[in-house]
Design a protein around this ligand. Structure first.
Ligand code: PHE
Length: 454
């Protein structure tokens, strides 16, 4: 978004363009790769129910808050929070940037897997042992190559500015991806033994609903999947010039994001039980190495079972997943790049190239070691996002409350809805996030110990 001084700032061509870009950021590997693996880890249905609750009580209010800050300031998130909050809020902006760097570093590795899988499906197959195949291409040199390739593509798109590449790609691809998912889920419903998969996915056990590990992972998934806590959606809202109803936009994005993840689950779980893949992915086992590969281990053998057509569908599936990943990766990189442009006055080109390279290097350990990837995901993709979200709520609910309310009033006309939103931001989001974070810290510590082999 570089433009000579004095020129108006770039803006969305249409309201739909904004919604689709925000949905493009939200819908990504989180909905399929991450959702299916944390749901598998977290006992299935209990996780799904808790996840839904977090999306409703934390996700929608917080997303609205990010939209409010973005549209109000029309600035990069890193700069926006310190301008409206004062210099004491600078660390929050830095945290946003740090999350962008950290998450994209391993996100790109996983997105690289989708490219590899799409190519291998086109070449006709993955061999007999899906688990072994995943270990072979998911780490080491093959993973490094696809990771670097993916970062290169992301950098190229971000160099082109926002409207040209992004809006157009998102408009076409998101609906297509959803249709393919629904089609595949219907097909998975015809598999024998799928019933057990649905039961695992849809029938919660009461005890599990109170399990702190499942609660924290459901909350973390809500942040990650909705792109919350690091200013990604704030960035997009800063390009909004018109007075949209931000509460409604947030609800639209959240419902769409949940819908995609939910359908992905309807696809993956019947497959896992039909093909007896519980062992291969370490179902319900929180320390199995292979859970991160759940999606990649379950899809190929399933579709291969229907022959050549299966290969075509597998390829289509991973190509679309790749595109979903790209639109999310762009939003991650945008937070970093706009911060550097605003903060250091770098031209967009230089900021994108340099930080694209930095992220490519940061991703190397994740490409070599799945435990490292898993740890970074837990630390940055889950914990730090929650910290960012917690402080965003405090900023909006306590520090700039009147301005935030006034900003939301432009578009959201119902005073009751605005008051309810402010109550959630002040009295629900901060305490709930604090409690969840308290539970999360020992978990992160355990993962860290596992990583260093202690
Ligand atoms: N929401 C994206 C996904 O589900 C990931 C993401 C997280 C993007 C945080 C931006 C910010 O894949």
């Amino acid at each position: 978004m570089t433009q000579p001084a004095g020129m108006p700032r770039d803006a969305w061509a249409t309201r739909l363009g904004f919604i689709l870009a925000a949905v493009g950021s939200a819908v990504g590997l989180g909905n399929m790769w991450r959702f299916s693996y944390v749901a598998a880890e977290g006992g299935g249905a209990a996780f799904v129910l808790l996840y839904l609750i977090f999306v409703a009580i934390i996700g929608v209010p917080l997303m609205t808050a990010e939209f409010v800050v973005g549209r109000m300031t029309q600035e990069s998130p890193a700069k926006a929070v310190s301008r409206i909050g004062g210099p004491g809020w600078r660390p929050l902006g830095l945290l946003f940037v740090f999350c962008g760097l950290g998450i994209l570093s391993y996100y790109s590795v996983i997105a690289g897997w989708t490219m590899r899988y799409a190519l291998d499906a086109a070449r006709g197959g993955f061999g007999d042992d899906a688990g072994a195949y995943f270990m072979r291409v998911g780490t080491g040199m093959p993973a490094v190559i696809t990771h670097l390739l993916f970062m290169g593509i992301t950098v190229a798109i971000v160099l082109g500015g926002i409207k040209k590449g992004l809006e157009r790609t998102a408009v076409i691809l998101m609906p297509l991806l959803f249709l393919l998912l629904v089609g595949l889920a219907i097909w998975a419903g015809t598999l024998s033994g799928g019933g057990e998969g649905y039961a695992y996915y849809l029938k919660p056990q009461l005890a599990e609903l109170l399990d702190p590990t499942i609660i924290t992972s459901a909350a973390g998934q809500a942040f990650f999947s909705l792109s919350l806590g690091m200013g990604a959606l704030m960035t997009y809202a800063s390009y909004l010039s018109s007075k949209e109803n931000l509460g409604r936009e947030a609800a639209t994005v959240a419902v769409t994001d949940f819908g995609v993840a939910f359908v992905a689950g309807l696809l993956v779980f019947p497959i896992i039980f039909h093909f007896g893949l519980q062992q291969a992915i370490g179902l319900g086992d929180p320390i199995s190495d292979n859970t991160v590969g759940t999606l990649f281990i379950s899809i190929p053998p399933a579709l291969a079972s229907v022959g050549r057509l299966g290969d075509v569908v597998t390829m289509a599936f991973f190509v679309m997943l790749f595109f979903a990943a790209i639109t999310s990766a762009i939003s991650l990189l945008e937070v970093v790049v706009t911060a550097v442009i605003d903060g250091w006055g770098w031209p967009r080109r230089k900021a994108t190239l340099v930080f694209g390279l930095v992220i490519a290097v940061l991703g190397l350990p994740s490409a070599y070691n799945l435990n490292f990837l898993d740890f970074t995901d837990k630390l940055v993709g889950q914990t730090f996002l929650m910290v960012g979200g917690l402080f965003t709520a405090v900023l909006v609910g306590y520090r700039i409350r009147p301005q935030a309310e006034a900003e939301l009033a432009q578009g959201l006309l119902h005073p009751g809805a605005r008051a309810a939103w402010m109550s959630f931001i002040r009295y629900v989001v901060p305490p709930v996030m604090l409690v969840v974070l308290l539970f999360l810290i020992p978990e992160v510590w355990t993962k860290f110990r596992a990583l260093i082999g202690g």
